[in-house]
Structure formats: structure tokens, C-alpha cells
Write a protein that binds this ligand. Structure first.
Ligand SMILES: Nc1nc2c(c(=O)[nH]1)N[C@H]1C(S)=C(S)[C@@H](COP(=O)(O)O)O[C@H]1N2
Ligand SMILES: [Mo]
Length: 419
């Protein structure tokens, strides 16, 4: 928990910075200067709070119940337990969909909500407003797609590779697949009067300013999206699995950017800047690039597509009866192309066999799979699953380190006990 002193310091630092910390459109140089002034150059957002609320089924800033059977709480975030997806169907039910909040869920009224589209990438008035009713009058589309945090699997950089990274130490549950319904962002942009000079769009959330653990106010969550992607398959979603978008997932409207890292899918969107020049925010400069050995000083290009991963629908350390047959299940996915093959091992990688796949490969979805296993003798075992997508990309044995622990894709060693 934060002490009164440290929140006082944070407030003071915010006031101090507010003179020049207008971070909208801030240059990277200015950002670095600010971070240096605060003595936190290179710092990443870090999950706060640790065990706060852990046993209560409530999490700071999350509206829906987050009971222990369904979630692992991590600061302001709630990670889906894969064991809770066994038998749950293709889509992640809304009650067990992970929540990643930079601050906390704002409870917004759909009637009072408007979306403002503005900027020099528009023709005419350079500004247009849409109510939810306006959006609902446009043609609606439904699309199944995952939202997955760029840091999903981050905890394994530490636990499996012995490396230090910053950020929330997720295991594999910072992903969910839902059926989203909404309107094409392309339709909204065209209606607003898209100019031929437009190159980037930047949606911004209505949640509170994000203040880093070090006390730097980075403004509201926002991340530029190239126009090419914005016009391709991006939705402004107002429904999730047939229900109005729940508060924690962006009510009344969120951006949904299929197959890209979760931060692109801005929740509680309130405005979208359309620009004739490339846009920058901390979320595509200091965060969500790869930094560290082997990467340029300014980091890699901003991250876009997700990587390939696999998860067993079992808790780590689960007990399974020895001497009897079990049907084990899991899911694999990749932002690069649908998963076409999953190989599994129940002996720590000594031998492998293909799992049975139960869904057709889709780039922005996952495939469920199963395998049968009869542990002969009691004792510890290590389960492994390795997916391959349509582009031929396969999960490696290790992921190259990056300081913020993004895009973990290595095969995860899943411990179980036969008892
Ligand atoms: N406005 C806003 N949008 C946001 C975030 C946020 O904190 N605020 N978190 C982002 C991140 S990092 C992820 S991984 C996804 C998580 O979506 P979910 O909480 O619906 O699972 O939302 C993204 N959109
Ligand atoms: Mo994320």
C-alpha cells in the first residue's frame, strides 16, 4: 500500500511537472527529460499493490467480482485462471475475462457518452461527434477476436529464464477471446470526413491520467494506430459476447484491434485524433517497444501483432491421479496466423506427440486442443505444449530478453504432480 507521504510526493511532483508535462504529442526527447528530472529514466509501469485485496474477491478499481476460482489478482489487474476455462466453450465468458487497468474502471453512462473525432487528418470541420445511438445506426459487424496483453507470460522471463524484467508478472492468463459487436472504425472515420493526408489515428480513454509508480503523470491512456490498420479490421465495439460492454472492458465503447497487443484496444474511448502527421504517446515510445541488449537505443519499432503461445487448462502444480487416464486440455494462439499444429510432451520434453485440435485456425482467435495421458507412477511431471502457426512460426525454447518483458513466446514448463 502507498503511504500518505508517497502520495503527497506524487501529488507535488505532478504539480511540479504540470507546467511542462503536457504530454499530449510530447516528443521522446521531452519525455526523457521529464523522466530524468524525476530520476526514473527508462522506468516502466509497474504493478502496485501486490497482495492487497487478494483474498477478498474484490480488486482495487475493478467493478466485477474477481473470485479466486476464476482470477489471480495482480495489483490493479486480474488474470484469468486457465483452469477456469476448461469446458467453458470457445469464447471467454465475460465473468472470467482478464482485466488490465492502468488506473481503475470508470463507470460511464451510455446516454451521456459521446465520441469526438478531431484533427488535421479530417476534411471539413475537422471535428465530428457521435453518440452511442449514432454508432448503432451504422451497419453493425460481429467479430471473434482475442485481446491479449503485450506482457502476457512476462512472469516466465523470471521464473523460467532467471531474468529481470519490469511490469506485471502475468503467467499466461492475460488473454481472452470474445465475440465483439460494434461498427467499423473505417465507417466512423469516413463519416467524420477523412482527408487523404491522414496517416495516424489516436484513440484516448476516459479513465484517469496514468501516473507511473515513480509519480510521473503521463496523461490519459492513448496509443497511435497507423491509418492502414485503422481502416482494415478495427472495430468500435459496444457489445461483448452478446451483452453490452461491461464497465471493466470499456463500457460503453472500446476500440478493438484484432491480433494486435492489448494496449491498442483502448477502453472507454472518448476521442480519436486523426492526424496528417505521425503521432506519439508514451505508449508507442517508452512502452510497448523492445528495449535492451540487441535493440536500438530508442527501442524496436512499436509493437503490433501478438506472438504465439500455448496454455494448459490446469493450475500450475495441479494434482492428477496416478495410474488412471486423463483427458488434458489447453489452448494455443498466435497474432501472426492461425495455429495449425500443437505438439505436447508429458515428460519434460523427452518425447512429443501431436495434440488433437478442436477449432479451425484463425489469426485473431485460438484453437482448443486435447491429449490423453496416464501417469504411470506418482511423482512430479512437467507438461509442455508447443504451437506452430500457419506462417510456420513455432514457440522457441527461450525468448530473447527485453527489459519490459513483452512478447514472451517460449514453451512454458508446466509442473503437475501424479498422486
Ligand atoms: N483506456 C484504457 N484502455 C486500455 C487500458 C487502460 O488501462 N485504459 N489497458 C490496455 C491494456 S494494457 C490491455 S492488455 C487491454 C486489456 O483489456 P481488458 O481489460 O478488457 O481485458 O486494454 C487496453 N486498453
Ligand atoms: Mo496490456
Amino acid at each position: 500500500m502507498r503511504t500518505p507521504e508517497s502520495s503527497y510526493d506524487r501529488r507535488r511532483l505532478r504539480q511540479f511537472l504540470s507546467g511542462e508535462a503536457r504530454v499530449d504529442g510530447v516528443s521522446r526527447r521531452a519525455m526523457l527529460r521529464l523522466l530524468a528530472a524525476a530520476g526514473v529514466a527508462g522506468a516502466a509501469p509497474v504493478a502496485l499493490g501486490g497482495p492487497a485485496g487478494a483474498a477478498t474477491g474484490a480488486a482495487p478499481g475493478i467493478v466485477k467480482p474477481v473470485p479466486e476460482e476464476l482470477f489471480t489478482l495482480r495489483g490493479t489487474n486480474a488474470e484469468t485462471r486457465f483452469a477456469a476455462l476448461a469446458g467453458a466453450g470457445y469464447h471467454t465468458p465475460n465473468d472470467r475475462f482478464f482485466v488490465r487497468n492502468h488506473t481503475s474502471t470508470p463507470v460511464l453512462s451510455a446516454e451521456d457518452w459521446t465520441l469526438t473525432v478531431h484533427g488535421d487528418g479530417l476534411t471539413r470541420e475537422r471535428r465530428a461527434e457521435f453518440s452511442l445511438a449514432d454508432l448503432k445506426r451504422l451497419p453493425s459487424v460481429s467479430h471473434s477476436a482475442f485481446v491479449e496483453c503485450a506482457g502476457n507470460g512476462r512472469g516466465f522471463f523470471g521464473s523460467q529464464q532467471g531474468e529481470t524484467v519490469s511490469g506485471t508478472a502475468w503467467t499466461l492468463g492475460a488473454i481472452g477471446v470474445a465475440r465483439w459487436r460494434g461498427v467499423r472504425l473505417a465507417d466512423v472515420l469516413r463519416r467524420a470526413g477523412l482527408s487523404r493526408r491522414a496517416v495516424d489515428v489516436m484513440p484516448r480513454g476516459l479513465d484517469a491520467d496514468y501516473v507511473t509508480a515513480e509519480g510521473v503523470d503521463l496523461g490519459r491512456v492513448r496509443r497511435p494506430l497507423p491509418l492502414s490498420k485503422a481502416l482494415d479490421d478495427v472495430l468500435l465495439a459496444y457489445e461483448m459476447n452478446g451483452a453490452p460492454l461491461p464497465p471493466d472492458h470499456g463500457h460503453p465503447v472500446r476500440v478493438l484491434v484484432p491480433s494486435w497487443i492489448g494496449i491498442a484496444s483502448v477502453k472507454w474511448v472518448g476521442d480519436i485524433e486523426v492526424s496528417a502527421e505521425p503521432l506519439y504517446s508514451p505508449w508507442n515510445t517508452d512502452f510497448y517497444r523492445l528495449f535492451g541488449h540487441g535493440y536500438p537505443q530508442e527501442g524496436s519499432a512499436p509493437l503490433t501483432r501478438q506472438t504465439v503461445k500455448s496454455a494448459w487448462e490446469l493450475d500450475a502444480g495441479a494434482n492428477l491421479a496416478a495410474g488412471v487416464g486423463h483427458r488434458l486440455t489447453g489452448r494455443s494462439w498466435s497474432g501472426g496466423g492461425g495455429v495449425v499444429r500443437v505438439d505436447v510432451s508429458t515428460d519434460g520434453g523427452a518425447s512429443w506427440r501431436p495434440a488433437r485440435l478442436h477449432d479451425a485456425p484463425r489469426r485473431d482467435g485460438w484453437v482448443r486442443w486435447s491429449t490423453h495421458w496416464r501417469p504411470t507412477a506418482p511423482g512430479p511431471y512437467t507438461l509442455l505444449a508447443r504451437a506452430t502457426d500457419r506462417t510456420g512460426r513455432t514457440q522457441p525454447d527461450a525468448t530473447a530478453h527485453n527489459t519490459q518483458g513483452y512478447l514472451f513466446d517460449a514453451v512454458v514448463r508446466h509442473p503437475v504432480n501424479a498422486v
